[in-house]
Design a protein around this ligand. Structure first.
Ligand code: TXA
Ligand code: MG
Length: 313
């Protein structure tokens, strides 16, 4: 870090060739950057866990171009179908029963009989998936327990050492991971709030059930998952000396660290992880964060902030 010359981005063709060869790829999506591998190749998937330092019981999301590819290996009931029709390509992940376990290997599913599937909207991700032809697993490209990267430079900084190819898709438009819902037996359950809001989902499938205790099934919900190095304190209205305030709306200190001066939740989501990283680089005694309203995308923002602060969500 620091002295190395910046990494030159690779082409879509180079990324597809790397995936075919069982190597890893830094893949931009509209949510966050992913560290991608052939879902059917256990050795390639093992290399992802190794690069991230991720516990091997944490299952990965299989990325596809769309519904047709997904249905080749996952069972979509009428509700899953309706959700995919409404929000794909986009920031929604559906956990469904696995139909063809060899297409998304056991290691990628952490041995579960379900699979998490998402069709990303980013044109570079779509181009790689179309060129590769099969499902590609990609967790966020951060090392385990660190904030998700939302720029090429941050992604390369985190796990570029492990990637044979890295694509530069610019800054991620959404900046927060996808919403994860389980569409299995019983009501649709919200496992992780994200880029598609609760209200948007409920407009399609009716009221969502809460995941009572899904920590084991969706370990992205564990506390301390998105932590920067500095301690994080929430609902702050000002910074003490040595602290950095991440502002929102009128609660602000340094204009360079206001998540959204106009109080726009989509803008705050897009800035969140990059600002946490930038604040951390100042080596403050604490990163303190202004109150963020809990409606719409605010639910996902506050979920990530509570995890960064070390509270169980
Ligand atoms: O926006 C995103 O979803 C990004 C981009 C790269 O697509 N990916 C991402 O992946 O956030 P990851 O691995 O950091 O988070 C995947 C989440 C985890 O919380 C995991 O536990 C959950 O999905 N998950 C995966 N498979 C699951 C399954 N079969 N059942 C329940 N939860 C599952
Ligand atoms: Mg992650």
């Amino acid at each position: 870090m620091g002295q190395d010359p910046p990494r030159e981005p690779d082409t879509v063709e180079a990324a597809v060739a790397a995936l075919r060869a069982g190597r890893l790829v830094i893949l931009p999506t509209e949510t966050v950057y992913g560290l991608a591998a052939d879902a059917a190749n256990p050795a390639a998937v093992a290399a992802i866990y190794q690069a991230k330092g991720r516990p091997s019981f944490n299952p990965l999301i299989a990325h596809v171009t769309g519904l047709e590819t997904a249905q080749a290996f996952a069972r979509f009931d009428a509700r899953a179908h309706a959700l995919a029709e409404a929000f794909w390509p986009g920031p929604l992940t559906l956990v469904t029963p696995i139909l063809a376990p060899e297409r998304v290997c056991d290691l990628a599913r952490a041995g579960l009989d379900t699979v998490a599937v998402r069709a990303p909207a980013h044109p570079l991700a779509q181009a790689v998936l179309a060129g590769f032809g099969g499902p590609v697993v990609a967790p966020s490209a951060n090392r385990s327990g660190r904030p998700s990267p939302t720029s090429f430079a941050d992604a390369v900084d985190e796990t570029g050492f492990a990637a044979a190819a890295a694509l530069d898709g610019g800054a991620c438009a959404i900046g927060l991971e996808s919403t994860v819902v389980a569409v299995l037996d019983g009501p649709v359950r919200l496992l992780r709030p994200g880029g598609v809001t609760r209200a948007q989902l409920e407009a399609v499938v009716g009221p969502l059930a809460e995941a009572e205790n899904d920590a084991g099934r969706s370990p992205g919900r564990l506390a301390l998952h998105y932590a920067p190095d500095a301690p994080v304190r929430l609902d702050a209205i000002e910074a003490k000396p040595g602290e950095v305030l991440l502002g929102f709306g009128a609660v602000t200190d340094d204009p360079g660290f206001n998540l959204s001066p106009s109080g726009d939740l989509a803008q705050a989501a897009a800035n969140l992880f990059a600002y946490l990283r930038a604040a951390d680089r100042r080596r403050p005694t604490a990163i303190v964060v202004a109150p963020i309203p809990d409606h719409g995308l605010g639910e996902a923002i506050n979920d990530r902030l509570r995890r960064a602060a070390g509270f169980v969500g």
